[in-house]
Design a protein around this ligand. Sequence first.
Ligand code: ADP
Ligand code: ADP
Ligand code: MG
Length: 566
Amino acid sequence: MRIAVLNKDRCKPKECNYLCYRICPRVKTGKETIIIDEKTKKPVIIEDLCSGCGICVKKCPFNSIVIINLPEEIGEPIHQYGVNGFRLYNLPTPRHGVVGIIGQNGVGKTTVMKILSGELKPNLCQGDWDKIVEHFRGREIQNYLEKLANNEIRAVHKPQYIDSIPKYVKGTVRDVLRDRDEVGNFDEIINEIGLENSLNKNINELSGGELQKLAISACLLRDADVYLLDEPSSYLDVRERLNLARVIRNIRDKFIFVVEHDLIVLDYLSDYIHVIFGTPGAYGIVSSIKSVRVGINEYLSGFLRSENIRFRDEIKFEVREAKGKEERKITLKYPKFEKSYDGFRLHAEEGCIRIGITGILGPNATGKTTFIKILAGVEKPDNKIDIKARISYKRQYIKPRNIIVRNLNLRDEFIRKFNIEHLLDRNLMDLSGGELQRVAIAECLSRDADIYLLDEPSAYLDVEERLRLAKLLRKFSTDNEKSLLVVDHDILLIDYLSDELMVFSGKSGICGNASRQLDMREGMNLFLREMDVTFRRDPETGRPRANKPNSVKDREQKKSGKYYYI
Ligand code: ADP
Ligand code: ADP
Ligand code: MG
């Protein structure tokens, strides 16, 4: 079976004058393998006639065609976004408890969530609910879809994108959430999610994290049978992510589906896992349902055992001894310093940056970005400090105008591995969040400097891009003997990357304290004790896993003070 997908945004027939049509060998022999749609004026590739030669794929100047030969047994076609559009195969299995969904960007996770919430009617089963339900006869999903169609179950959905909420929701946090409180556990949810100090704020003055917590609370306050949370951890710090996971785990006897790219959070909150694999933008296949540990390990290994499918190479997670201090030369020493804004004060202990990677962990609004800006020379501390090292800085909030594309002179390998080559001709303003993030990181690393400062590089990246980023940063630091400082809330990324840690603490929005550089064990122990969570390592892959609260391991490790397990 062959599928042909055209990215209609990229395709510009006016500029290439239908090159795909003109060079197609089948068209030349008189077969209508490619026709021109009268309305859209875009080419349409007829899959049944296409020979799969791949010439149009190679020649298209805009990289807008994908042609893929699929194995026969991939599953049930569910939905397709129009002719030559993205296709989804199979649906997840609804189970009481938390079903986690993992996969790259563009493989159909949001599409699945929209189908499960009833917002999108799958069209490859003729778009008729009776037929759709019939199609899945005898499976758990049949019962689910049937009830959804008959309004016997109610689904609520936290969408992936929350930035536009202030455009259509007005008022204070309290008023907006009170309106949605159907279960009567307002105070409980607000306290657990951590919105109690934001209740009087107006929606249009919320930070990204507050907006995310508002959207999640608005969903959980509803009396529903199904809760669908699409990427709930974006903009949240580690404590907020863990609290969120605990709140979700405490919901009983409901169907809960969560799409998440933070592997520690996904692992911690899920009872089951579905992997979605395929080619981004072209097709996605939902795997069978798996236990959490097996699902995440198979995802990392790139091989699904019950399907007997390899969908990519293994992502290895070798646990590496962090390099000791003595082995790493010093690139910068700085004295202790202070920085105060109206209402906020940062105190940084004196520190010493060495070759290698320093991970930076800490709650939102405790001054991490302020600290980075001071090292970068973008902000001045209250007491003058002297920074002699050459610095390259990637901001948390990326402005396309700060990216200088001609700086991108990285060795080819880097560009290839980070998958940005095809982005370089596009207008920076048109890139998605993840694409812009990748370009900004690459540009930062392209500059010649002694110290590289990366503020929240995992934001908008999917799980695979995060793992690739982790490997690339390590290689960059080792090969070039540079210092990197990385602020991030993805503990797996920080754990994998770091030779040492800085931990920020304090009262969000009021005061912050930056520790000196700590070794991994000391830093992680300090941070995790503060978060009240213990970690073990998965014996098969070496990846860190959060212990379930009050489990035997959790209690043992807390008692012996070993929050972080090496
Ligand atoms: P994910 O959530 O895994 O990133 P999505 O389900 O959002 O993936 O999208 C899967 C693919 O379907 C993407 O290539 C996207 O461009 C395409 N797509 C999503 N919504 C539409 C739509 N309304 N019309 C056409 N294509 C769409
Ligand atoms: P983090 O990166 O840890 O989330 P930031 O360094 O961005 O924290 O911010 C710390 C605190 O300082 C926040 O309360 C923020 O509102 C405040 N702040 C940051 N920059 C400014 C500024 N230019 N003027 C006034 N307050 C600021
Ligand atoms: Mg910040």
